[in-house]
Ligand binder design. Sequence first.
Ligand code: F6P
Ligand code: MN
Length: 355
Amino acid sequence: MPMGRMTLSKFLIENVGGTRDGAALAALLVDVAAAVKAIAALCSKGALSGATGSLDSINVQGETQKPLDVLSNNEFVNVFQMGGLVAGLASEEMDDPIPIEAPNRRGPFLAVFDPLDGSSNIDVNVSVGSIFSILHAPESGDTVAGDYLQPGQRQVAAGYALYGPATLMVLTVGSGTHGFTLDREVGNFVLTHPDIQIPADTSEFAINTSNERFWEPPVTRYVSECKAGKTGPRERDFNMRWIASMVAEVHRILMRGGIFMYPRDTKDPSKPGRLRLLYEANPMSFLVEQAGGVSSTGRERLLDLVPSQIHQRVPVILGSRNEVERLVRYHAEYDTGTDKPYESPLFSERGLYRS
Ligand code: F6P
Ligand code: MN
């Protein structure tokens, strides 16, 4: 007999809904899906939405906000505030977290999110996404900023929505990473990618090479070895991709493997990395680990970090196990002075470009 379609709601009832907290979590993720559908509808209108271009406002990160950043943030804030399932929420687009206060009902979770990731891509009609992380709230009382500063390994659930040619929601509640595709006409998310597994090996890397002069030596070593391809120490050719939309990048890696790097660099010494720990790095790391991949800062497991600030930035290296572990080893070798930096033959003693 053919199997019926597994909708997101049915999946959550069957896989998460067993306990009282589980039922609340399932209901909360259905709320997230409602916000995602509204944002998908807005994004798919493109310039017809009248919400393209930039605003005069600058967010707490120092980034110019786009109308769709603000509209997407409002969608999430509304579902979380009205839903009765969270005790507070924090967003990339808001300086401080918002506690849930009467008359709204307080729930057992905290929600942290990046409402529209990669929003520099909106005006050029390239994929963007939303990222979210669900944490336990303290048992009672008003929530304060410190309640959000939990290491990523304590996340209850995490996921992203990808607004691409198709809209997908990919999520984990700690038992695998599962992908659901939006059936637009019907309005349902349908399980299309159960139990995603990231291949351990890959020949595809993603990094913004315009920052090369700011990288640390282990990253320079790793990337130059990849670029050397068949003629270098890796003895095979690599391919490179950079979409500038972390959601799209992580999605590609979940689908076919790869390594994504936004490493520590010296571009702005006040920032140890580009990406934010709580609502970018942590949820993506949870999804990647649940799919058999690895996520690291280069020097420690990302999910072990204890955050000190809501909008804290962090170096991120994630994806296929064997490549991430290799780059972590290059960091360790560099830190102990035992590394062997790769020197391209083109620039070495008898190379083409040596004068
Ligand atoms: O939110 C940060 C982000 O937009 C990510 O989605 C993306 O991976 C990165 O920044 C792009 O950075 P850059 O502008 O350096 O390419
Ligand atoms: Mn982002």
